[in-house]
Structure formats: structure tokens, C-alpha cells
Design a protein around this ligand. Structure first.
Ligand SMILES: [Zn+2]
Length: 148
């Protein structure tokens, strides 16, 4: 999946924008890098990237969840494209295609509204990790760059 999603380029971009002290002080997973990249560049997931991730994966995962939450965050906390325009045509098209995304987006919108609009790009890395053994990463501390 990494190559298909051009994670190598993403990782290289991250290396150039994330200070070495952060990049070498802890092991960053793909989701950590994507969250950092989106945070530092103030990005939310474009429709094509969401569509790609849902097509490339068949079951719920944190990358899907993250992309859906950034789209929900943009919808609720970003500027409207124009007066009265709250959903782009590309997002309407994607929602009309069905699949898992419409329910995930609804879930994300409700979560954000009920939890005081947490930015999915900020906060604990471990909230976005699979921990099969139930143990969180040794260094779960929120990195300084994730809080501002
Ligand atoms: Zn973790």
C-alpha cells in the first residue's frame, strides 16, 4: 500500500519538514507521518485521496478513519467554499457512490460535534495505532509539534 499511496514521497517530504530531533527521537509509523504531514501543511484529505484509500483497503483502519475525520473537520471548522456551499461536488459524488465512507463520515461528524471538535491531526500518536498486545508505545507522549 505504501508505494501505491506514494508514502515514500510523503516520508521524504516529512523528513525535510520535520526537525531531525523529532524524526530520530522516536519510531514514526506511516500514520504518524501522514498526521504530521497534514498537520504541518494544514491539510485535510482531498476527495480523491479518500476515494483511493477506501478502494485500496477493505475494512476499517486508522488511515481511513484519519482521512474521514480530516474531511469532517474541514466541513465543520473550515471556511465554506461559498455562501451556502457546505459540501463540494466531488464530495457529493463520493458520498453517492456508497460503500463504507458515508457512514464513516457521518460518524466523524457526530464525534467532532460531541467532543468539542478535536483536530485529528493533533494529539496522541497512540490514539491512532493498532496495539495488538494492548500495550501503548513506550513513548506515547504528545510531541511538541502535535499540540500547536
Ligand atoms: Zn502507540
Amino acid at each position: 500500500m505504501g508505494q501505491e499511496w506514494d508514502v515514500e514521497t510523503l516520508c521524504n517530504d516529512c523528513k525535510s519538514i520535520i526537525p531531525d530531533s523529532i524524526n530520530t527521537s522516536s519510531h514514526l509509523t506511516a500514520i504518524d507521518l501522514v498526521r504530521s504531514y497534514y498537520h504541518i501543511n494544514n491539510m485535510t484529505a482531498p476527495t480523491f485521496r479518500i476515494e483511493y484509500m477506501y478502494a485500496a483497503t477493505k475494512s476499517p483502519n486508522y488511515m481511513r478513519k484519519f482521512l474521514a475525520e480530516t474531511a469532517a473537520f474541514r466541513a465543520l471548522c473550515g471556511e465554506a467554499a461559498a455562501k451556502g456551499v457546505y459540501l463540494s461536488d466531488s464530495m457529493k459524488d463520493l458520498l453517492q457512490k456508497g460503500g463504507d465512507f458515508p457512514a464513516d463520515l457521518a460518524q466523524s461528524l457526530i464525534k467532532l460535534a460531541k467532543e468539542d471538535f478535536p483536530d485529528p491531526r493533533k494529539g496522541s500518536k497512540c490514539d491512532w495505532h493498532e496495539h495488538a498486545d494492548g500495550l501503548r508505545c513506550a513513548k506515547d507522549d504528545v510531541e511538541p509539534y502535535m499540540t500547536s
